[in-house]
Design a protein around this ligand. Structure first.
Ligand code: GLP
Length: 236
């Protein structure tokens, strides 16, 4: 793992921007795995401020809440449009459909999309309990796209984006850990002390399904972009 400790999110965003630039030079038709949440926001701003061209590239997002439509401001579709896609058009953007009438069929179709478009560069954040995407603790490392019952801690952490905790959907569709680990390159952003325990589990503790992000220790090309507070408990 390449761990970059940065002073600001803007500094972290620039490191990732350079990696994306290289990827697009290598292959303008690259597939980017994308994440939501506050951690990649500075990075998306750097992308939209840049002159990078994504019109031949494909994006595949990690997850979406069950029951929220694309035009719901709390949906991940909406988040991605607001923060990236409206300003940087891609050839094609894929996100799971949280409104699908048959969620099992939707998960199978999403796995097919990922199989047809192998991910060159995956962007990740990390939950306080070490989840990536919405792969909560206990998720098998070989999982495909699946419907997730969100844990109490995730519902509580994500309630800051909703009027109150009761409005946070209880389920989501998430790309599985089996798919995430097939990405050729991964960049994970984590900022602030609330992420310090999760980063310790991701980097320093033994690999375990109790901390889904610990799976990254098994992979070849992972860059962690974190600040001092998130790095607090890792052995330097
Ligand atoms: C959600 C998302 C994750 C994200 C996590 C952390 O649960 N499904 O993809 O990494 O939140 O979010 P934040 O970056 O806002 O702390």
């Amino acid at each position: 793992m390449d761990i970059k400790i940065v002073a600001t999110e803007a500094e972290g965003a620039n490191i990732a921007l350079e990696m994306v630039k290289k990827q697009l030079i290598q292959n303008p038709q690259s597939t980017f795995g994308l994440a939501t949440g506050s951690s990649p926001l500075a990075f998306y701003k750097a992308l939209t401020d840049s002159d990078l061209d994504f019109t031949k590239a494909i994006s595949i997002n990690l997850d979406e809440y069950v029951g929220l439509s694309e035009d719901n401001p709390q949906s991940y579709h909406y988040f991605m449009k607001e923060n990236l896609f409206n300003k940087k058009p891609f050839k094609k953007n894929y996100l799971p459909n949280g409104m699908a009438s048959d969620l099992e069929v939707e998960t199978k179709q999403y796995d097919q999309i990922i199989a047809n478009n192998p991910i060159d560069l995956q962007i990740l954040g990390i939950g306080r309990n070490g989840h990536i995407g919405f792969n909560e603790p206990g998720t098998p490392f070989n999982s495909g796209t699946h419907v997730v019952d969100l844990t109490e801690s995730t519902i509580e952490a994500n309630s800051r984006f909703f009027a109150n905790e009761n409005e946070v959907p209880k389920q989501a569709i998430s790309m599985g850990l089996g798919s995430i680990q097939k990405s050729k390159k991964i960049i994970l952003f984590a900022y602030g002390e609330t992420k310090a325990k999760a980063i310790q589990g991701c980097v320093s503790d033994p690999v375990t399904t109790n901390v889904p992000a610990s799976i990254l220790q098994n992979l070849d090309d992972v860059t962690l972009i974190i600040d001092d507070s998130a790095a607090k408990f890792i052995k330097k």
